[in-house]
Design a protein around this ligand. Structure first.
Ligand SMILES: *Cc1c(COP(=O)(O)O)cnc(C)c1O
Length: 362
């Protein structure tokens, strides 16, 4: 069986180092907001090229905290891609803002920057970009729009740790960026974790307080905050794994390149990239006609697949107020898309077998 993602094997590579660091935390007697957070935050900010990093409990919270820190709320509109994981949209509606959805480009799956300006109104406060499946969004036009209309750019970088847009990394492409360290992400913890990166010192400080009951000083609360902290143990694990992230991403790129060059089947549409460094291949998503039949075929040949995602946010039951909307490209992607195995621990043999099996599909 070729697993979609073998988390045990991924973490086994760093097991001794992770265990030693966890031991250190255990013996320190200090489990929240301590040295491990400081060290990881500093290393992760540097990695992204951002000035500040604030750890928090998960990726959804990272995005919720950014929107909350800006003070956006009822009546404010935030532009976001229609084609994304639901957490991007939940962060907006949790702050009582209105998501204004924009169609993606069919071949990169990312938000189509050409369609954004028509959606800007005098209520628009921010553009939330999602670097979906690991590919950085094309930023040029979005930067220009943000400047022209005085909007914040919020990045959802949960799937794209390490991806570049030209010479800058995600996490440093907008005003603030939310990361997830969910175990299956390119940089994954042994449980939940998240972080915000930004170059804005005031915003970083506010988010730090908001994530800790709205408090800078114990028992003095200046904001109505949340409890959303990154555990010391998770920070320690992430700090170990961060050192190997570029290596792991390089292996993902190798496999992706092999797929792009060698998958040849007229029933299948491959994803498009616009530069080698823009994509860190969190998932390798292809489009295929008669997806269920294709999925069954791969199952029968011992290849695990996952669908990212079967239902777009605007068609989810929790968003009844959006259900009437129609986003044809988004819906087409959700109907046709399927993700095939890719991970830093896949072997050459496995990668070749995936291609062979896919090319024989009729
Ligand atoms: C995983 C993910 C999130 C949420 O991260 P959690 O840590 O699971 O809360 C947000 N946005 C996108 C695009 C994601 O893939």
């Amino acid at each position: 069986m070729i697993k979609f993602l073998d988390l045990k094997a991924i973490n086994a590579k760093y097991k001794d180092e992770i265990k030693a660091r966890i031991d250190k935390v255990l013996d320190s007697g200090w489990y929240l907001l301590g040295e491990q957070n400081k060290q990881f935050e500093s290393n992760f900010a540097a990695y992204c090229g951002a000035k500040y990093c604030v750890g928090c409990a998960n990726g959804l919270d990272a995005l919720r905290l950014i929107i909350k820190a800006y003070g956006f709320g009822k009546g404010d509109e935030i532009i976001a891609p229609a084609n994304t994981y639901i957490a991007s949209i939940l962060a907006i509606t949790d702050n009582e803002c209105t998501p204004v959805l924009v169609e993606p480009d069919l071949n990169t799956y990312n938000i189509n920057p050409d369609l954004i300006e028509a959606k800007i109104t005098d209520k628009t406060k921010a553009i939330l970009v999602v670097h979906l499946y690991g590919q950085a969004v094309k930023m040029e036009k979005i930067w220009a729009l943000a400047k022209k209309y005085n909007l914040k750019i919020i990045e959802d970088s949960a799937q794209a740790h390490g991806a570049y847009y030209n010479d800058k990394r995600v996490g440093n492409l907008g005003d603030a960026s939310g990361f997830s360290f969910y175990p299956g992400k390119n940089l994954g913890a042994l449980g939940d974790g998240g972080a915000v990166t930004t170059n804005d010192e005031e915003l970083a400080q506010k988010i730090r307080a908001l994530a800790n009951y709205g408090s800078h000083k114990k028992y003095e609360n200046i904001y109505q905050g949340l409890n959303s902290r990154l555990d010391e143990i998770q920070a320690a694990v992430l700090d170990v794994k961060l050192k190997y992230l570029d290596n792991d991403n390089a292996r993902r790129k190798e496999i992706a390149q092999y797929y792009l060059t060698n998958i040849k089947n007229s029933l299948i549409k491959l994803p498009q990239t616009y530069s080698e460094n823009s994509h860190v291949w969190h998932v390798f998503a292809i489009r295929v006609k008669e997806r269920e039949r294709f999925k069954r075929y791969l199952d029968d040949n011992d290849i695990q697949t996952i669908i990212h995602y079967p239902i777009p946010p605007h068609k989810q039951e929790c968003y009844k107020e959006l259900n009437h909307l129609s986003f044809k490209i988004t819906e087409q992607i959700h109907n046709d898309i399927i993700s095939i195995p890719i991970s830093p621990v896949m072997s050459d043999d496995e990668m070749r077998k995936v291609v062979e099996i896919i090319n024989s599909h009729k």
